[in-house]
Design a protein around this ligand. Structure first.
Ligand SMILES: Cc1cc2nc3c(=O)[nH]c(=O)nc-3n(C[C@H](O)[C@H](O)[C@H](O)COP(=O)(O)OP(=O)(O)OC[C@H]3O[C@@H](n4cnc5c(N)ncnc54)[C@H](O)[C@@H]3O)c2cc1C
Length: 398
């Protein structure tokens, strides 16, 4: 495993699709992707096993990715970002999938979600304060919605931010927070007016070194072991009123809802790249592994099941690529984004299960990337809005 998982796959390409290239890939995105691939092979792939055992990705890796220009590529240069589009970020995420690290590197949350909250809704001083260090990887960002008592039912959160003079005083608890140990900043979902339901929700930028903020356990999970998913506690944390995202309380729910299509698509993009990567790994494996005097690939069952899975990955690619194109054109609605998130993550799990099966006992060994990817895939159906909630959102529009 010393050469990293991608080397074990015999290359980074998707051998079953000769002209593989997303429809949204411009020349500039293609160049960015090439550079990302080289960077990730050299700087990230050799450390995946170590990060997986440590339960966290080195903070230095964030800084290295930032220094090389791969964080916040879709944020304008004026705020320290790469000046590209969300397509640049998606290409980066796909390459992170190809080294089999996937969402265990919480940059989807950092660059794909948090940076866009600050960019879209932040006041000018908030953008100037936070976006440049986020792009450099010096300030890692998390988003805190989920609490021990509530996840899907976001309006029932208990975390409060109560105005007291020029400050808000924050009390509450969050759990399952991606980047929880590494975070320097959190976009915290809190109630500023508990009586007002949706209109009483605000997003508060809370620096993690403020008095009263404490990090709980780096949670032990069944997969995504390299991700520092954590509990966070807020006890009488004083935050200047200027830290309300956008400067005006009560806008949080609207801000969250507007960003959800991009967040859900980000998960779907990762799911498709994960299917493609795991199928490439599996095709390599079954062509080499022998049983009963022939390659595993030569059994008709293997060939047919892989033919089905490769077709599904391709269907996923075409659908999700269309959604990316729509997002870039400002035409992606919540229903389509929910379809993409639900379908792609469901298929990802089915495909990964098949890939493990065709690896036999080795597919169950943690040192094999496909085993790790299988365990990592499970949460894709849960976070970012569960797939049951996705179906509710789709059904509402029927
Ligand atoms: C690894 C990991 C990383 C995460 N990262 C973050 C993060 O960075 N920030 C953050 O805020 N959260 C994060 N989460 C939390 C995640 O978003 C929630 O777990 C998710 O939204 C589900 O909420 P819940 O766990 O409270 O489940 P619940 O809401 O309690 O749901 C339990 C079950 O009931 C079903 N259900 C609930 N409501 C309905 C309904 N109306 N109709 C039908 N079925 C329903 C759900 O689909 C689910 O199957 C993360 C979670 C994990 C595991």
């Amino acid at each position: 495993m010393g050469d990293g998982p991608a080397a074990a796959s015999g290359g980074l390409g998707f051998p079953f699709i000769a002209d593989h290239c997303p429809v949204w890939e411009t020349e500039d995105v293609a160049l960015f992707r090439e550079a990302a691939r080289r960077f990730l092979q050299a700087e990230f792939a050799p450390h995946i096993d170590r990060w997986t055992k440590a339960g966290v990705i080195d903070k230095a890796a964030w800084a290295a990715a930032g220094a090389a220009g791969f964080l916040c590529p879709s944020i304008p240069e004026a705020y320290g970002g790469g000046g590209g589009t969300i397509a640049h970020h998606f290409a980066w995420l796909e390459e992170v999938e190809r080294i089999t690290l996937g969402a265990a590197f919480g940059d989807g949350v950092h660059s794909g979600i948090c940076a866009h909250y600050v960019l879209e809704y932040g006041t000018e001083p908030q953008k100037r304060q936070w976006l440049p260090p986020m792009a450099r990887g010096e300030a890692v960002c998390a988003i805190g919605m989920t609490e021990p008592g509530t996840g899907s039912d976001l309006q029932s959160i208990k975390t409060r931010a109560v105005l007291d003079g020029a400050d808000y005083v924050v009390n509450g608890q969050k759990t399952f927070i991606t980047n929880g140990q590494n975070a320097d900043l959190i976009v915290l979902v809190a109630k500023t007016d508990p009586a007002a339901r949706a209109k009483g929700v605000s997003l508060v930028l809370v620096e993690m070194d403020r008095a009263g903020v404490s990090r709980g356990r780096n949670l032990e999970k069944i997969g995504m072991h390299a991700a520092d998913t954590s509990e966070l506690f807020f006890e009488d944390v004083r935050v200047p009123a200027a830290n309300i995202l956008g400067g005006e309380a009560g806008k949080g729910f609207y801000q969250l809802m507007n960003q959800l299509p991009q967040e859900r698509l980000l998960i779907a993009v990762g799911a498709v790249a994960s299917m493609e990567t795991s199928l490439a790994l599996t095709l390599d494996y079954v062509k080499q592994r022998q049983a009963f005097g022939q390659a595993i690939f030569d059994f008709q069952n293997t060939r047919h099941r892989l033919a089905e899975a490769v077709t599904e990955a391709r269907v996923g690619r075409v659908f999700v690529d269309d959604c990316v194109k729509r997002l870039l054109e400002g035409r992606l609605d919540s229903k389509l984004a929910s379809m993409a998130k639900y379908w792609a993550t469901q298929k990802q799990n089915e495909v990964l299960d098949l890939c493990v099966q065709f690896h036999g006992g080795y597919g169950y060994m943690a040192e094999y990337p496909v085993a790790r990817m299988w365990a990592d895939a499970r949460v894709q159906k849960i976070y970012g809005g569960t797939n049951e909630i996705m179906k509710e959102l789709i059904a509402r529009g029927l």
